[in-house]
Design a protein. Sequence first.
Length: 248
Amino acid sequence: MTDSPKQPSADTLFSDPLRAPGPFRFDSDVVSVFPDMIRRSVPGYETVIAMSGLLAGRFARSNSSVYDLGCSLGATTLSMRRHIDVANCTIVGIDNSSAMIARCRELIALDAGSTAVDLREGDILESEIANASMVVLNYTLQFVPLEQRRELLHRIADALMPGGILVLSEKVVFPDDSLNQLNIDLHHDFKRAHGYSDLEIAGKRDSIENVLIPESIDQHRLRLSEAGFSSSDVWFQCFNFASIIALK
């Protein structure tokens, strides 16, 4: 009999007014509340994860690898696993947080999918990417130092087969100051609607500042073109979160 998965805890990490938030880290405290945190913090998260699975069903090829870079607890990996139906295809999930990978292994072990999953603890900037039919960066590139993002995307483009796909989902900024502030305000409204207090919103913002560095959609598309992708465009957007498809 398969064990039932542990239920995630509610995210109250930033609810203590006496706790000074340090820089955001994907440690064991975050792992314990991560499913609740990301669901209540990222508009459209469930849609992006579900559609990443559908895209994997279309683009995953036999005798290839599909990469989930910054896989965290494996939500994208599991979604893709449910839709991939080709022989000899392996999903490679990579994350540099030991706490994330440890919990991800538990969740993958509880899943009944047949597609092979290879989980690796490591830095995506140093990890091998090869023979890929699909690569996913769901809310990951925004945590990579700005000066290293171009080289990472070049490596991904080089590793993708012709006709392969990159899914890039990010928090974004807008060149127009008024639109940018409106989308920030709407994002905060989204968090309030999901039960976060103003104290928690401010605490998370202070913690993640200078850790998560967003860019504009135009900046992403220019970099993708320079990296060697033939085309790219936004397929999903909700407030200041967007997902881009880039084709090799």
